[in-house]
Write a protein of this length. Structure first.
Lengths: 152, 297
């Protein structure tokens, strides 16, 4: 699979994540939006999304997710428009840094869901899978991104 | 002191180490993948173990709190649900109360009669909206924490027992009967707790020939036998979580409780001369009154 094909995957995953995060943000702000998810038992989106932990620094976690996916999509587009040419260091490290921030946030949110809240939200899990997937793609393709740009 | 030829010591900072990797590649970051996998696995396994321990502790806590007088935070959350929350939730669907009997004539204080049992999970559900409603018309004392039976369906549904309740209201009379407890004896039966008076028994058998509980009749006019919503809505929550969700009114549990409470409120307003006006004229109650069955008088 070519680097460009992987970057298209990154872009697609980022846009899907952006859509899910936008839906969860709308749920937070508009009570007329209905939640399509189980609300009882171990899988309980409602309990997770209405918990105090669903807001970080005064901003819903879902909105932070939107910001993260928007930046991830932008990074994917910036990689795509290079048509497979070597990436400058700022783009490479930007992608790596953003993926690490995302993965670290997923670990923290998983801990919060399982240990603090005691319920799992399926929508959040879908977002976590996308973030981890983007991390994996970023790390797997890292060598390819710089292979045509060796150090002097 | 004689010195032999010195050996050149390679350090990591030497020029040999700064040469680019073969084929001009930087060191691979693929090692981060198993590291992340291990971290995710640790969080998930740790979380599941913690969750199981918490569920076990929660069961013990529910059992230990059984019969405890209503804690202040729960009483406060039940009695101080903001009007905007009531209004926003409104009726939330079709009426569950049926129209029976005729409207009261003359200046008679309407009676609200509840019949249930502590073991019954459907009664456990009914008590939350009932207490939230009656807190709008008067003041409770003597309420205590309880759960439905641990061995019935929807085990240990958190609720409040009305066994020793006392209620004062200028608008209505409350009569309640918890017929049986929630812990089975050696023969598997739940112990009898309270008995119906002859008048109550006549009303109960007249409108509920199968004897199903919970039974709620308001002013002899509005009736519900059975659960207003599924006890599954309350599963996994404790009393504090349920009560804390009510002033906000956004969770499924809170909406289910408050919407039925609005309906009971509208029914009481229909039989007590629409008093107090601050309650009966509120948007949420008017919304609920529209879905209540009417005879037109």
């Amino acid at each position: 699979m070519s680097l460009q094909a992987w970057d298209r995957v990154r872009l697609a995953a980022s846009l899907i994540g952006l859509g899910i995060a936008a839906y969860l943000s709308a749920l937070h702000y508009d009570t007329a939006v209905s939640l399509v998810c189980s609300s009882s038992g171990a899988v309980n989106c409602e309990r997770v999304l209405t918990s105090p932990q669903a807001v970080w620094n005064g901003i819903p976690v879902a909105l932070w997710g939107m910001i993260w996916f928007a930046v991830a999509a932008t990074l994917a587009i910036l990689s795509l428009v290079r048509h497979g040419a070597a990436e400058p260091p700022w783009l490479r490290w930007g992608g790596i840094g953003w993926a690490v921030i995302g993965a670290a946030a997923v670990l923290r949110l998983l801990y919060t869901e399982l240990v603090v809240i005691g319920s799992i939200c399926l929508w959040c899990t879908a977002v976590h899978v996308l973030v981890i997937g983007l991390f994996v793609v970023q790390m797997l393709t890292d060598a390819t991104r710089t292979s045509t740009n060796p150090e002097p | 002191m004689p010195q032999g030829p010195r050996r050149k010591i390679k350090t990591g900072a030497g020029p040999e180490m700064r040469r680019p990797a073969p084929h001009g590649r930087r060191p691979s970051l693929v090692w981060t993948l198993p590291a992340l996998g291990v971290a995710v696995a640790l969080v998930i396994v740790g979380g599941i173990v913690h969750q199981r321990q918490r569920q076990s502790a929660s069961r013990l806590a529910l059992a230990a709190a059984e019969g405890t007088p209503l804690p202040a935070d729960i009483a406060r959350n039940l009695a101080a649900i903001p009007e905007p929350t009531w209004d926003r939730v409104g009726a939330d669907g079709a009426a569950r109360l049926m129209l029976v009997g005729t409207p009261p004539s003359g200046n008679v204080t309407p009676v609200v009669l509840y019949v249930g049992a502590e073991y019954c999970p459907y009664c456990a559900v009914m008590r939350w909206p009932l207490v939230a409603t009656l807190d709008r018309f008067g003041t409770f004392t003597g309420l205590a924490l309880s759960t439905s039976s641990a061995t019935d369906v929807f085990p240990r549904t958190p609720t409040l027992t009305l066994l020793r309740q006392r209620y004062e209201s200028p608008y209505l009379l409350l009569q309640t009967a918890e017929l049986q407890g929630n812990i089975q004896d050696a023969s598997g039966r739940y112990p009898p707790l309270q008995h119906l008076t002859d008048t109550q028994a006549a009303l109960f058998s007249h409108y509920d020939s199968s004897g199903s509980i919970p039974f709620l009749i308001i002013g002899g006019r509005y009736l519900l036998t059975g659960s207003p919503f599924s006890p599954s809505v309350l599963q996994g929550m404790d009393w504090h979580a349920i009560a804390a969700s009510l002033p906000v009114g956004t969770t499924t549990a809170a909406r289910a409780i408050l919407s039925f409470a609005n309906e009971i409120t509208a029914a009481i307003c229909a039989v007590d001369g629409k008093a107090p006006a601050s309650v009966c004229q509120s948007a949420g109650v008017r919304d609920a009154a529209q879905v209540l069955p009417h005879t037109g008088n």
